[in-house]
Design a protein around this ligand. Sequence first.
Ligand SMILES: C[S@@+](CC[C@H](N)C(=O)[O-])C[C@H]1O[C@@H](n2cnc3c(N)ncnc32)[C@H](O)[C@@H]1O
Length: 219
Amino acid sequence: MIKLSKRLQVVASFIPDNTSIIDVGCDHALLDIYLMQTKKNIEILATDINPNPLEIASLNIKKYHLETKIKLKLMDGIKDLDKNIKTIIMAGMGGILMTNILVSSKENLKNVQTIILTPNNDFPLVREKITKLGFKIEKETLIIDNKKTYLVLKFIKGKQRKINYFFGTLNNKTLETIYYYTNIINTNKKILKKIPNKYFLKKLKLAKENKKIKRFLNN
Ligand SMILES: C[S@@+](CC[C@H](N)C(=O)[O-])C[C@H]1O[C@@H](n2cnc3c(N)ncnc32)[C@H](O)[C@@H]1O
């Protein structure tokens, strides 16, 4: 079986069986090969906006004799999304790019049931924008891989009344959440020092955030 990075292993663990998948920005397609080797009854369309990654993906797929199982397509985001696709994966991109891809083609999300995202930044923005598209967070986890923090999020179709920009469902104290929230406190402290007093509402918001996080960390 193909070996994956810790990050992609966690992404794979969030993918259900019995579904049709698009992996947007598949690059090397290692995740797709692993999914095809480990999940039951799935179809995969692996896409990328650039031809070069798709050539590498094609070589990798051939190496594992999966060329009849994994389809490859040059495609920008989900602009030409097939109606049969039920699960969208986007991994290893910035939060802004991911949300732009989904929001700009939101009319194509009607039949989609699950969206798995692994942004490497702008986590609150991703939570907000995807929730507003009519999906709710079923589960999420923070991981540290190669000294970088990633959020792996599983959204399923459904309304979420209140958007939790900040904690989401990450209310378990783990090494990763302690590391992540301690970094946020330190960044907020630095920003607070730089913001002029006339922007007191912004200052108040950051100070409140820090208070909440400290409560979480000290509990
Ligand atoms: C850093 S790679 C991530 C590869 C893989 N998903 C992973 O997590 O290891 C990001 C890939 O997204 C592709 N990409 C960027 N914008 C895209 C878009 N609008 N539509 C499809 N692919 C895109 C890039 O060409 C690149 O191959």
